[in-house]
Write a protein that binds this ligand. Structure first.
Ligand code: PEP
Ligand code: MN
Length: 342
């Protein structure tokens, strides 16, 4: 049986009452989502951009709540937003990435929610810092919020490659390890920044046992006032959800997996031994450099090293990006070791 996924769909921004109600109706009829999202107050990078319709949009969300089977949520970024949501009976709130980055603000929002147990969905901070994310989760938890979920929406790097925001899956995986009971939802829309990558990112999230998806859905994506490149239609949402392959999380330990894991353990331990020997040699080189007043960083040697290693990787059919990342990290550690006086 398919694991029950928590699906949140809806436009980046609420724009008009008609737009909100028509998207909500179509999502509801596709019957693949439990929650409807729409931003009312929009955090924009530049001034003079559309900053959301404001409080009047809350009435439209209430109408969605009253006329469909969907629960409704919006983003809050200050205590006034929270008060307005509670006043209108909004079912849930999410904390945006920019807000999670700021512990002062998070504490204010958590204090404002004391005594009100509303579901809170906490997006990761913009920068890849797991502690800021955990700190925000703990602040809401300490304020008495029992229904907390995390939303992974990618991280901002200098170079995000093909993505709008780099997924950097290590962080949500580590969050799952540290907080196994916390539901984690993936937001492929803000990771992708375009519609082409959404399916692939959603499937990756399923492969990693995420508990649900938050996806931006618009009935006329091209006309959207915000994030128009990344919004899909309600019909595309339905097809996407139906097409997901959802793996089982628990498997009886298969003998074949156990044997392979033992072999992997053996190789990993060997890798650690080899790295230790490698760093001991670096340390010896460092001593000679110091005695002869030679700089630690030797660019020419580094260029030759990375070139040969990438050639070998290529011959062995192993990802060059992966090998490059590993050797950059080894080189960095080697420089650190050479600078250490023991
Ligand atoms: C959004 O969900 O529309 C949004 C602004 O998200 P984030 O905080 O992830 O940028
Ligand atoms: Mn958006």
């Amino acid at each position: 049986m398919r694991k029950e996924l928590l699906i949140i769909g809806g436009p980046c921004s609420a724009e008009t009452k008609e737009q909100v109600l028509s998207i909500a109706k179509d999502i509801d009829q596709g019957s693949c989502a439990q929650w409807f999202r729409a931003g009312i107050w929009k955090p924009r990078t530049m001034p003079n951009q559309f900053e959301g319709v404001g409080s009047k949009g809350l009435k439209w969300l209430v109408e969605v709540k009253n006329t469909t089977s969907l629960k409704v949520m919006t983003e809050v970024a200050n205590t006034r937003h929270i008060e307005k949501c509670i006043e209108h009976g909004i079912d849930g709130i999410w904390i945006g990435a920019r807000t999670t980055t700021n512990p002062f603000l998070i504490q204010e929002l958590a204090d404002c929610l004391k005594g009100i147990d509303i579901p809170v969905f906490i997006k990761n901070p913009l920068n890849p810092d797991i502690n800021l994310w955990i700190g925000a989760i703990e602040r809401f938890s300490k304020a008495g919020i029992n229904n907390i979920s995390a939303i992974h929406r990618g991280f901002s790097f200098v170079d995000n490659g093909a993505y709008r925001q780099t997924p950097y899956w290590q962080i949500p995986i580590e969050l799952k390890r540290l907080m196994p009971k916390l539901p984690i939802i993936c937001d492929p829309s803000h990771i992708a920044g375009n519609t082409k990558l959404i399916k692939h990112i959603s499937q990756t999230a399923m492969n990693l046992n995420f508990d649900g998806l938050m996806i931006e859905v618009h009935n006329q994506p091209k006309e959207a006032l915000t994030d128009k490149k990344q919004q899909i239609t309600p019909l595309q949402l339905k097809k996407l959800i139906m097409g997901l392959v959802i793996p089982k999380t628990n498997h009886a330990d298969l003998n074949s997996i156990t044997a392979l894991r033992e072999e992997i353990d053996r190789l990993d331990f060997q890798l650690i031994d080899i790295l230790k020997q490698r760093m001991e040699l670096s340390f010896e080189v460092g001593k000679i450099k110091k005695a002869n007043n030679i700089s630690i960083l030797q660019l020419k040697r580094w260029e030759e090293m990375i070139k040969t290693r990438l050639e070998i990787a290529d011959n062995k059919n192993i990802s060059k990006d992966f090998i490059k990342e590993i050797f950059e990290s080894i080189h960095q550690e080697s420089i650190r070791v050479q600078g250490n006086d023991k």
